[in-house]
Design a protein around this ligand. Structure first.
Ligand code: BDR
Ligand code: CA
Length: 314
């Protein structure tokens, strides 16, 4: 097999973040250098705890987990307990993780890793607000050209918004951070709601998780069963959208996705449309392309990959 792809997962777990972490930890193509927690779906103390619970579910308690920024760069934190529950990971029975949190701050870990690994070998897989990554870029601009690629769940164009009529949650929570990352010049691939709302855990897909015969399968089914109630009620959809696992699936098999290399910019000033990702899908401006903005996925292929990988865990 070709050499493993080295990634840092920046995340705010979140049931869908949790499934993304499980997918990464189960996949031999990927080496997780560290998991950096950020405030988002729930406050930082919970996202840092949830990330460790997930590593323990996967039997990978030696994974390094770092706590990062507890507030967006310039705004008050907005959370999403209405979607994810009080813990951020409601559904299965949870426990106090026994694996340690690392002493180093997540931003320092990101900076140090990008400086110490060869240029162009570390990919940032971001599943939450972009506060940690943008803070690292701000503090250490020398690391920006060293990043291989950023693959990020965030934004929306045709689906517009989920936290406001105009904005997707991850971008809305820290639009200034997203703006820094989008303008950084780093190769950027975005998984917007346009894609993730097609990655639905229908009943047969959830049954497939549950009947894997391992602890991970049951844990995943219990998370997605809780998580789906919100979207079923709001959109009338067939199940929970697995937003964040699309990022990891892309790293394993990019052919599952299709999109366009276009200009995407973030609204940072308007109260009405704060955090909107203005995607020039139809190429009606001359603004330079800065992101591959995904538009579609092979949902059956995605769930086949995910289910097969979850089966490899305890
Ligand atoms: C994104 O927001 C969070 O609620 C999910 O974990 C996902 O990263 C979807 O808008
Ligand atoms: Ca997330």
């Amino acid at each position: 097999m070709a050499s493993k792809r080295k990634i840092i997962i920046d995340t705010d777990p979140g049931q869908d973040d949790a499934v993304a972490i499980l997918l990464a930890l189960a996949s031999p193509e990927i080496e997780v250098l560290g998991i950096t927690a950020v405030a988002g779906n729930v406050p930082l103390s919970l996202t840092a705890k949830n990330a460790r619970i997930i590593c323990e579910v996967a039997g990978k308690a030696d994974t390094r987990v770092f706590a990062g920024c507890d507030q967006p760069m310039r705004r008050n934190l907005v959370t999403a307990e209405h979607v994810h529950g009080r813990t951020g990971l409601d559904g299965p029975d949870l426990w106090e993780p026994t694996m340690p949190i690392q002493d180093q701050h997540a931003v320092d870990f990101i900076i140090e890793t990008l400086r110490s690994e060869p240029t162009g070998t570390v990919t940032l897989a971001t599943l939450g607000p972009l506060t940690n990554v943008a803070t690292a870029f701000d503090r250490a601009p020398d690391i920006v050209p060293r990043v291989a690629e950023i693959v990020s769940m965030g934004g929306a164009y045709f689906e517009v918004g989920n936290i406001t009529p105009a904005a997707e949650f991850n971008i809305y929570v820290d639009p200034e951070a997203a703006d820094i990352v989008f303008k950084s010049g780093t190769p950027l691939t975005l998984m917007p709601l346009d894609v993730t709302h097609k990655a639905l855990v229908t009943k047969p897909r959830n049954d497939a998780f549950r009947s894997l015969g391992n602890r991970t399968g049951v844990f995943t089914a219990e998370m997605t069963e809780f998580f789906e109630r919100f979207d079923k009620e709001k959109y009338g959809s067939a199940g929970a959208p697995l937003h964040d696992p699309t990022v990891i699936a892309y790293l394993i098999n990019p052919d599952l996705f299709s999109g366009r290399h276009i200009n995407v910019e973030v609204e940072t000033t308007s109260d009405l449309t704060l955090g909107m990702t203005v995607a020039d899908w139809w190429r009606v401006t001359n603004r330079p392309a800065n992101a591959t903005f995904m538009g579609d996925l092979d949902a059956d292929g995605f769930f086949t990959l995910l289910t097969e990988r979850l089966a490899r865990l305890p």
